[in-house]
Design a protein around this ligand. Structure first.
Ligand code: NAP
Length: 245
């Protein structure tokens, strides 16, 4: 049995391990955005496929039994490609996307639909803004000359940054105490994040809640509807075994 895992996430690596251990022939696909990615077990290919048509060709050529879309919930284009290629080939597609975060009592979230909207709200209402949104979508914040932005990314951003900024390069994970210290040290009055979900990066939300700091929460894009949709790597693995029968 052969699986293509669209990865770039911890979930992708975990599904690769589960299927590999069960004797599947597994290829994980990464976009190639980071220089030293954490690699999953099994074969790895790196780089785009050339849209849905390229992915369709790849699936047929490699006689894939099951496609597993374990990409980040904000990686919208590759999920659309996967859905289209699955339709075109008839190969079953399992989407595994972690549950989104839900606000808890005392959270002060400001939901927004896009990073552009997040940038407008941040520039209008806050002064010391902590951006923990990765490095791909920083551009909308570059136009604010007044406020201070504390920007944390894993790799150096390639885009213009706001004139007043502090850049922190770090991969994490971070504890709640790390996050509280960063927020206090930089007098943060607002956190901007995407609703990625998952336990690994939620310490910033716990810290913001305890310090009473508002969080501008960018909502997830609407992903294509697929027949098999699960929340955890184990569920994806079990479903793949069931489908392969
Ligand atoms: P995206 O906007 O959906 O993808 C843009 C293009 O990159 C796709 O059209 C595809 O090119 C290629 N691509 C994306 N993921 C790929 C994969 N796993 N394998 C092969 N090609 C891929 O995605 P993105 O938001 O730039 O994210 C890129 C990768 O980083 C994803 O794999 C995702 O899981 C990971 N990641 C993203 C985020 C985030 O916040 N967006 C956070 C953590 C990890 P072609 O059209 O040429 O096939």
């Amino acid at each position: 049995m052969r699986a293509l895992i669209l990865g770039g996430t911890g979930e992708g690596r975990e599904v690769a391990r589960l299927l590999h251990d069960a004797g599947w022939d597994v290829t994980s696909s990464l976009a190639g955005r980071v220089d030293n990615p954490k690699l999953p077990v099994g074969a790895v290919r790196i780089g785009g496929f050339g849209g849905p048509a390229g992915l369709t060709q790849w699936l047929l050529h490699n006689r894939v039994t099951v496609i597993i879309d374990a990409t980040h919930p904000f990686a919208e284009r590759i999920s659309i490609s996967a859905a289209e290629a699955a339709r075109a080939t008839g190969i079953p597609l399992i989407a595994v996307h972690r549950k989104q975060w839900e606000p808890k009592p005392r959270d002060r979230w400001i939901p927004v639909q896009s990073m552009e909207e997040a940038a407008k709200v941040a520039a209008r209402d806050f002064h010391h803004i902590f951006l923990t949104i990765g490095r791909q979508q920083l551009a909308p914040f570059a136009f604010d000359p007044h406020n201070l932005y504390v920007i944390r990314t894993v790799e150096p951003p390639q885009v213009k940054l706001p004139p007043r900024h502090r850049l922190i390069l770090s991969r994490g994970p971070f504890t709640k105490d790390d996050e509280k210290k960063l927020m206090r040290d930089n007098q943060i009055d607002c956190v901007v994040t995407k609703n990625s979900g998952g336990a690994l990066t939620q310490a910033k939300l716990d810290a913001a809640r305890e310090l009473g700091i508002p969080v501008i929460m960018v909502q997830r894009p609407e992903l294509p509807t697929v027949a098999y949709c699960v929340h955890t790597p184990l569920e994806a693995y079990e479903l793949a075994e069931e489908i392969a029968g």
